[in-house]
Design a protein around this ligand. Structure first.
Ligand code: HEC
Ligand code: HEC
Ligand code: HEC
Length: 108
């Protein structure tokens, strides 16, 4: 009985690790990221909405794309994580007029 539960826990452990990587598995993220990121702009500006682990900065930091020189590419670059997909589906987002499109890092 116990052993069975332990085996199940061991089998599920890698899934838990994956979940810790991205807020949701890739297939799900493709569908739900816009809802996850959505905010009422006025509320955000007034009250400072923060969802730990779901901040845009976290996405940008983990999904950073670098150019040949090692610098993080901006959202105007077609290789930028968000832009690379959005150009294909003709979606344009204005998030980066307010938010950073690149991780905060020490000057290179
Ligand atoms: C007009 C400026 C503005 C635009 C445009 C904007 N945001 Fe925000 N956003 C804010 C402000 C202000 C906050 C609150 C910041 C804080 O709490 O530090 C915020 C917070 C957030 C947060 C939660 C906190 C965090 O640090 O990430 C998310 C997620 C987010 N915005 C995603 C988006 C996305 C996705 C878009 C584009 C669809 C977008 N925002 C466009 C101003 C903006
Ligand atoms: C700790 C690292 C990490 C964080 C933080 C993170 N992701 Fe991910 N994300 C991944 C990994 C790893 C994958 C799977 C491999 C890949 O597609 O790059 C992934 C996959 C995705 C995918 C599917 C990509 C595809 O090509 O199918 C989307 C969309 C996505 N993430 C969006 C986001 C958004 C939006 C945020 C912020 C709310 C975020 N991610 C935060 C690591 C992260
Ligand atoms: C794996 C491909 C993929 C990646 C990577 C991706 N997106 Fe998207 N995104 C889409 C698709 C496809 C849509 C359109 C979905 C629809 O219209 O139903 C979309 C729509 C959106 C929308 C809603 C736009 C609107 O006008 O309705 C926001 C906001 C958004 N993405 C933000 C982001 C951000 C921020 C990133 C980078 C952190 C990102 N996306 C990365 C595929 C992606």
């Amino acid at each position: 009985m116990r052993l069975g539960l332990i085996l199940i826990a061991l089998l599920l452990a890698p899934l838990a690790v994956r979940a810790a990587e991205c807020p949701a598995p890739p297939a799900e993220m493709r569908r739900i990221h816009m809802d996850l990121l959505a905010h009422d702009r006025n509320a955000a500006a007034r009250e400072g909405i923060r969802r730990p682990g779901h901040g845009l900065d976290d996405c940008i930091t983990c999904h950073v794309v670098r150019d040949a020189g090692g610098a993080a590419v901006d959202a105007t670059n077609p290789r930028h994580f968000c832009t690379s997909c959005h150009v294909k589906v003709a979606v344009s987002v204005d998030c980066f007029s307010c938010h950073r499109a690149t991780p905060v890092e020490a000057a290179r």
